[in-house]
Every structure is written in C-alpha cells, then in structure tokens.
Design a protein around this ligand. Structure first.
Ligand code: C2E
Ligand code: CA
Ligand code: CA
Length: 452
C-alpha cells in the first residue's frame, strides 16, 4: 500500500554495530532521508506539482521514555507510525528521522485543501491514546508543514522550514500543526537578528548578573544568592532572560554565555569573601543545552581552578529535563563536578514528572520548589499538599528545600510552619545588581544580629 521507508533493507547503510537497534526502532538515516526528499522534489518539479514535507515531533517524548523505558518508547513510536501510515495515501512516504521525530513526504498535491486534509488526518490519527506494555499513554504531537515550491526547493531548506513551523506548533497545547509561511519567515529573520545581537552582547560586555538572596528561615540571614542573567541592550534597555535564553539555547550560544556566568559568579564569590561574607553560596543556572558541550566538566573545572575559589560555595541549578535528555551522561557530569566539591540544586521542582525518589542517586543536595506552587497557596488545597509533600520527602532524602517566588507574609508563614529551609522571592528582595546586593547583605545581617 503506502510507500513506507519503514523497511529493513533500506537501512542497509546504517552504522555497523548500532544496526540491530536502528532496524528494530525503524530509524532511517538523514542522508537517505534527504535523498528521498530530493527525488520527490525532482518529481514534483517535472510534473509541475506541489509537495509537502510534514515534520512530526512527539511532545514530551522524553517523559515517556523516562517513565516507560526506552524499549516501550520505541514500541509506542512504531504503533503511532502504523496508525499514521493507515491514513496516508499511496504516494506518501513516512519515515522516522529521529527518536521522537517522523517525517511525511506528501506528493502530488493539487490544492491546499488536499494538503490540509492530509494534515488533519494525521492529527486525527494521533488523538486516541496508545497502549504499550499494558499502559495507556496519551501522546500528542506537533506538526510543521513546508511545501515545495513555496517554502523552498532543496531538501535542507524544506526540512529547516518544516522544523521551524513545528516549533511554532509546539506553542499550542495538544495535537497541533502549523504551515510555514511568510510571517514565520519574518520571525525566523528576527530570530537570526536576535542571535547576532546576543553574540555581540557577550563580546561587548552587555551581559550582567543580578543577584537574588536566599534567606535562611531559622537565622534570617542570607545564606546564598542566585545569579540571574540580564542583558543591558544598547537600544532596548534591560532585557530579561525569558526573552533571550530560549534563543541562546536554540543557537548554542548558551554554552559560551553559561561559562561567562560561572566565571563571573566565581569572581563575585571571591569579592564576597573580601567584603566579609565568606560563606555565601552562589547559585548558577545550568541549561540542558550546556550538557551538549562534551567539554563541559573540563571547562567548568578550568574556570573554577583559575578563579581559585572554594568550590563548596558554588551551586549549579538544573531542571529535571536537563537530566532526562541523556540521563547516563548527565549523571556522569554531575558526579565529576560533585567530586570537585560543587553542589547541585533541582530547579523548578514539581513542574516536571520525575519523582524525587528517581533522582535520589544523583548528587543533589537541594530542591527548589517552583514558584507556581507558592503563588497558588491559599487558592486551592492542592499546592499546600504538594509543598508539604515535597518538603517532607526532600528532608527524608537529606536534601534542603528552598521555596521560590515568596511574595507575601502569608506564604512565608506557611513555609516556615512546614520547616522549609530557605526562601527566595520579592518579599525579601528582587534580583539586584552587585553593589545593591552588598548593601542588602549589610542591612540583612545587622537585622539578623539584632534578632538573636
Ligand atoms: P529561574 O531559575 O526559575 O529563576 C527564578 C526567576 O524567578 C527569576 O526570573 C526571578 O527574578 C523570579 N522571581 C524571584 N522571586 C520572585 C517572586 O517573588 N515573584 C515572581 N513573580 N518572580 C520571582 P528571571 O531573572 O527573569 O529569570 C528567568 C529564568 O531565566 C530563570 O528562571 C532561569 O531559568 C533563566 N536564567 C536566568 N539566568 C540564567 C543563566 O545565567 N543561565 C541560564 N541557563 N538560565 C538563566
Ligand atoms: Ca534557578
Ligand atoms: Ca526556578
């Protein structure tokens, strides 16, 4: 029926030892995929017809792998693929181009009605949950569509643009799709400009760290600070990280930026000691993307070695997703770094899917409760229970707990009653430039002295 490249013989140019696995999971390598796409483009060109490349990415597939295991994850992809194949036409081909990525080449498209019909059928095919190994899994996907000739006439351009549209679709919840269009093209241009600006920002010294204190609930003293990145843009003024970190992650710029942040934090760590705060902990955020740099541990080691600081005062904050991407590798990095004396905090805890018990073999000494829970205190009963549970579990695993986003007296009181160790939030202080932090610390510690 459908021309499907889900076939063993077509994987014959796969890599030696890996072959068995690749075949079993239905992967096709990129070269072969580009070949197919090139052929399809030539056919479309000759027959003067359109074609659509549909890039399908399963949402949050990492979580599926994490909770079901990789084999079941693969089985799920294969089952979904079967369903998709069933709604495709004879001329369409379906390929698995990555762990959680599928691509459809739909040829002989007469009009846009045709095209949206295909896309809607694909989306429809994914609506029902999939049963793997006895578990029912509801999975959604994001689809990006790029058409020849409108969106491009080479395999590379088509894939890049379908990918771009797919990322756009990811913004919507549930199964969703987007077509690549001029607007996206403009946004893509905007994205490139942002990346270029950011590169200059790093070189031109436009980046700055702000510091937000974490207050110990027993002593009332600032025990540590979180270093938060700001961009002093020459025309736009102060730019917040939410506006540029995603771009930095997509472009890989987060790697050099991340090292700059650690370097800067180490320098401040030394200054803090000179100013009379020798035990102040400096927490730095680490993005999942920084783990892609295979020299990460080595580079971090070099930075702190050159800075000659007490490594036990450096803390790296990571989210669950950073570790779920490649758990074995992440674990190795964490171990190596913790052997240097660096400690780790789990950021935004409660928003992901893994349980603390899953993470207990990792060298994590602190959990940061996500601010969304703190801010919902009083709204519904749920967040109270969740916070209580996180604190007691973390304590039983010998981890400390910091609550983020504390803005009110009421939130503070609740956390105190629950024996939360430290709090961070506007109630005490907003993130601030270095000189302001020094002033804050002076005032704070004077108050703490008076309290005693
Ligand atoms: P995050 O790590 O969860 O940082 C905490 C964020 O909560 C900060 O936002 C902080 O300003 C904000 N916040 C603190 N207290 C309160 C409060 O009481 N109420 C409210 N509503 N918000 C509060 P910010 O500085 O905008 O940073 C946003 C995110 O950007 C950070 O979230 C972090 O994920 C990322 N980020 C910041 N600096 C870096 C960095 O150097 N590297 C990387 N990879 N990511 C960074
Ligand atoms: Ca953080
Ligand atoms: Ca956080």
């Amino acid at each position: 029926a459908v021309r499907c490249v889900w076939l063993r013989q077509q994987l014959s140019d796969g890599a030696g030892g890996e072959m068995g696995r690749e075949v079993a999971s239905g992967f096709i390598n990129r070269n072969l995929f580009f070949d197919r796409l090139q052929q399809a483009i030539l056919r479309a060109e000759r027959s003067n017809q359109r074609l659509a490349l549909i890039h399908i990415n399963l949402d949050d597939f990492r979580t599926v792998n994490e909770s079901l295991g990789y084999r079941q994850g693969d089985e799920l992809v294969l089952k979904l693929a079967e369903r998709l194949r069933a709604v495709l036409r004879r001329v369409d081909s379906l390929m698995r181009i990555g762990g959680d990525e599928l691509a459809v080449i739909a040829e002989n498209i007469d009009d846009s009605l045709d095209m949206s019909r295909i896309v809607r059928k694909l989306v429809g095919a994914m609506n029902d949950p999939v049963v793997v190994a006895g578990s029912t899994v509801a999975i959604t996907a994001s689809l990006g569509v790029a058409t020849y000739p409108e969106a491009g006439d080479t395999p590379e351009t088509l894939l890049r643009r379908a990918n771009r549209a797919m990322f756009e679709a990811k913004r919507d919840a549930g199964n969703s799709y987007r077509f690549y269009n001029r607007q996206l093209h403009i946004t893509a241009g905007h994205q490139l400009k942002l990346e270029a600006d950011l590169r200059n920002a790093l070189r031109g010294g436009e980046l700055e760290l702000y510091y937000q204190p974490r207050i110990d609930l027993i002593t009332g003293e600032a025990r540590g600070v979180e270093c938060l990145l700001r961009w002093n843009h020459p025309t736009r003024g102060l730019v917040m990280p939410d506006e540029f970190i995603p771009a930095a992650e997509r472009s890989g710029l987060i790697v050099p930026i991340g090292y700059w942040v650690i370097e800067q934090a180490c320098q401040r760590l030394r200054e803090a000691a000179e100013e009379g705060y020798p035990g102040l902990v400096f927490a730095v955020n680490l993005s999942f993307r920084q783990f892609h740099d295979r020299k990460m541990t080595e580079t971090i080691f070099r930075i702190i070695f050159n800075a000659n600081v007490d490594t036990s005062l450096l803390e790296l904050e990571l989210t669950e997703s950073a570790m779920m991407h490649d758990p074995d590798y992440a674990q190795r990095c964490l171990r190596e770094l913790s052997q240097l004396g660096i400690s780790f905090a789990l950021d935004d805890f409660g928003t992901g899917y893994s349980s603390l018990t899953n993470l207990q073999h990792l060298p994590i000494s602190l959990v940061k409760i996500d601010k969304s829970f703190v801010q919902q205190l009083g709204d519904t009963g749920d967040s109270e229970h969740i916070i209580r549970a996180i604190i007691s579990l973390a304590h039983s695993l010998q981890m400390s707990v910091v609550a983020e986003g504390v803005e009110t007296e009421g939130q503070l009181e609740f956390l105190r009653q629950q024996h939360c160790d430290e709090v961070q939030g506007y109630y005490y202080a907003r993130p601030m430039p270095w000189p302001d932090l020094l002033e804050f610390l002076q005032e704070r510690n004077r108050l703490a002295c008076l309290q005693e």
